[in-house]
Design a binder for this molecule. Structure first.
Ligand SMILES: CC(=O)N[C@H]1[C@@H](OP(=O)(O)OP(=O)(O)OC[C@H]2O[C@@H](n3ccc(=O)[nH]c3=O)[C@H](O)[C@@H]2O)O[C@H](CO)[C@@H](O)[C@@H]1O[C@H](C)C(=O)N[C@@H](C)C(=O)N[C@H](CCC(=O)O)C(=O)O
Ligand SMILES: Nc1ncnc2c1ncn2[C@@H]1O[C@H](COP(=O)(O)OP(=O)(O)OP(=O)(O)O)[C@@H](O)[C@H]1O
Ligand SMILES: N[C@H](CCC[C@H](N)C(=O)O)C(=O)O
Ligand SMILES: [Mg+2]
Length: 487
């Protein structure tokens, strides 16, 4: 069993009451999970104050309490550690508890509004194809080399991160690519991790329910780059106006990528078709299977990271041409009746705009683009009308529907999306509350050659209504429905 004093290294401690040689069986931040000899970290949350659960944790066997305020009446059998910030303390304790695994493998973090899963997953594919053992922490799944775990969050909590990294080390993993979400940075889930590199994709509207202003959202992302060490690289997209902001105060090796401006890593789109992208990257032509100009950015970031990690240029380009699709990201098939069905995780205004612009750019004739889309409940409400406007503007027909309404009324969400539709587009839109029926409607409206986009849920395999999740898979639904209609 670990001993408290051995895991306190680098924790910003204000005061200690009690004995630091106490044993620590597990670290918990949820009192309900405490067992005998646990260390309980009391965090101030959005709903509860974890300090209220200190007595409960002690009742269940906690012998160490890490908190921001030591309670008035202390239990003499318990050690209390007062820290400046419980979230930071948890992250550092977690790293120490698992023997700082991040310092022993090459950890690369990817942050930004869109593109994190795509870039991290492609890097996992690329380095695996080169013969390395690789780890992945992503929205879609966690991979410890070939072993797969379900992902609960884009960026897991600091205990889970360090547990996975430690397992990766035991399994001989050399590189780990992880998504770093703005919630993750703000809640200090990545504090104390030793990154060898950080990537910034872009910054557009999302999560403005959580971060009060766009500036707060940007500054949280920037904090990740501010925390990188001198030995790491910071690779940012400078076509995004916030790219340079990310580099303002970092001591890391500043590296840039861009399609439109001067940068260390440059690419040009030569062709953009359903069959893929023909790119010129660093003066060499390369075909990639991925579709859409936003994927040119993602592939360029992958190229940049691979090169910065020492992969030779021609080898990196050869590998880029082999990279496959990422689950739920522009996944498509063409049905027997010649309908193209695309499933994409576009759940932000910018992603939806990019995907629809890509479809409009690469369609060949006058085929209709029929979009099925909704917005999640208990999430940023401001994006709803914006997504409604974009969907209607860039599609021939739109069916607004439910996307994880969670605790909200699904029809109210749809009404809020519809508010954004411009009057000249009213007649293009329908609303069908049930997502399955909405997909069916899109299939019935489509004719030979048309394109159906089902946006927002990508790889997700559930629909969450009133806290209950039931199985739902956009790709499976549209495949079955088109198959039934056409046969
Ligand atoms: C909105 C949000 O981010 N919430 C996070 C926040 O929860 P909270 O503030 O509501 O916590 P709380 O319920 O008030 O509880 C406060 C503390 O008391 C503890 N507690 C609570 C009850 C009890 O009986 N005993 C007890 O000890 C809790 O464990 C917690 O430590 O603090 C918790 C502890 O750190 C997080 O787990 C929780 O993330 C939840 C699970 C979440 O769903 N977050 C989402 C929004 C998220 O992080 N998403 C991003 C995706 C972003 C992207 O799309 O880019 C992600 O990285 O996945
Ligand atoms: N570089 C990019 N720029 C803009 N849009 C993108 C980019 N890459 C992907 N997208 C769009 O955003 C959607 C989400 O992509 P991806 O899952 O890679 O992003 P993410 O940053 O991981 O999102 P999340 O915050 O939900 O984890 C894709 O389905 C696509 O529509
Ligand atoms: N990481 C994002 C994913 C949104 C996906 C969409 N399908 C939804 O459920 O809102 C979030 O949790 O806000
Ligand atoms: Mg993601």
């Amino acid at each position: 069993m670990k001993v408290l004093k051995d895991i306190l290294f680098k924790v910003n401690v204000n005061a200690i009451v009690g004995n630091t040689t106490v044993g620590v069986s597990t670290i918990e931040f949820d009192s309900r999970k405490v067992v005998n000899n646990s260390l309980f970290v009391a965090q101030k949350g959005l709903v509860f104050d974890g300090h209220k659960f200190i007595d409960k944790a002690i009742e269940l066997g906690a012998k160490t309490i890490v908190c921001e305020e030591i309670p008035e009446n202390c239990n003499s059998e318990v050690t209390y550690v007062e820290v400046k910030n419980s979230d930071s303390a948890l992250a550092i304790l977690a790293s120490n508890y698992y023997n700082n695994p991040s310092s022993e493998l090459k950890l690369i973090g990817v942050t930004g509004t869109n593109g994190k899963t795509t870039i991290a997953t492609l890097l996992y594919q690329l380095f695996s194809n080169l013969g390395y053992k690789v780890g992945l922490l992503s929205t879609v799944k966690v991979l410890v080399d070939k072993k797969e775990y379900a992902a609960t969050h884009t960026t897991p909590n600091s205990l889970q991160i360090n547990k996975y990294l430690s397992e990766m080390l035991n399994d001989g993993v050399e590189y780990c690519f992880m998504e770093v979400s703005s919630h993750g940075i703000h809640q200090k889930r990545t504090e104390g991790l030793e990154f060898v590199g950080g990537v910034f994709t872009n910054l557009t509207h999302d999560h403005l329910d959580y971060h009060e202003t766009f500036k707060d959202y940007r500054d949280v992302k920037k904090a990740f780059f501010d925390s990188l060490p001198k030995s790491a690289f910071a690779l940012v997209n400078v076509d995004d106006k916030n790219g340079e902001v990310m580099l303002q105060n970092t001591v890391a090796n500043k590296q840039t990528y861009a399609l439109k401006t001067m940068a260390n890593f440059k690419a040009k789109i030569l062709e953009n078709q359903f069959s893929g992208l023909l790119l010129n990257i660093d003066n060499s032509e390369v075909w990639a299977k991925l579709i859409g100009s936003f994927n040119a950015y993602n592939l360029l970031a992958v190229y940049g990271v691979a090169t910065l990690l020492g992969v030779e240029k021609t080898e990196a380009l050869t590998e880029i041409s082999k990279l496959g699709n990422v689950s739920g990201r522009f996944e498509y098939f063409i049905s027997e009746g010649d309908i193209t069905a695309i499933v994409d995780y576009a759940h932000t205004p910018d992603a939806l705009k990019n995907v629809l612009e890509t479809i409009n750019d690469i369609r060949t004739g006058n085929e209709q683009v029929i979009t099925v889309v909704g917005c999640g409940g208990d999430r940023d409400k401001a994006k709803r009308p914006v997504m409604g406007r974009i969907a209607a503007l860039l599609s021939s027909q739109v069916i607004f529907t439910s996307d994880n309404p969670r605790s909200e009324n699904a029809q109210t969400i749809i009404d809020e999306i519809e508010v954004g539709v411009e009057p000249q587009d009213y007649k293009k839109t329908l609303s069908v509350l049930d997502r399955r029926q909405a997909i069916k409607t899109a299939a019935k409206l489509s004719k030979k050659g048309d394109i159906i986009l089902i946006a927002g849920k990508g790889h997700e395999t559930y629909q969450e209504i009133n806290g209950e999740r039931s199985y739902f898979n956009d790709y499976k639904e549209i495949s079955e429905i088109l198959n039934a209609i056409e046969n």
